[in-house]
Design a protein around this ligand. Structure first.
Ligand SMILES: [Zn+2]
Length: 65
């Protein structure tokens, strides 16, 4: 595990801005096919609501067919 910084920096997990609890399971909040958007969720640890902005990054790798 790396060190997460909730102070307006991007991370590859949802970090609660209140208590810095890391929410690894965010599938239920995302619509299939969404590339970006925002939603609100409640921290399972401290119970505070917070807003999440997200975007997806698509990686490509090619090889000879
Ligand atoms: Zn929290």
């Amino acid at each position: 595990m790396g060190t997460f910084n909730s102070k307006n920096e991007n991370a590859d997990a949802i970090v609660c801005p209140h208590c810095e609890n890391v929410h690894g399971n965010y599938d239920e909040y995302l619509e299939v096919g969404d590339m970006s958007g925002e939603f609100e969720m409640e921290c399972v640890k401290c119970g505070e609501n917070f807003k999440v902005d997200f975007y997806s990054v698509v990686w490509f790798k090619t090889e000879k067919a």
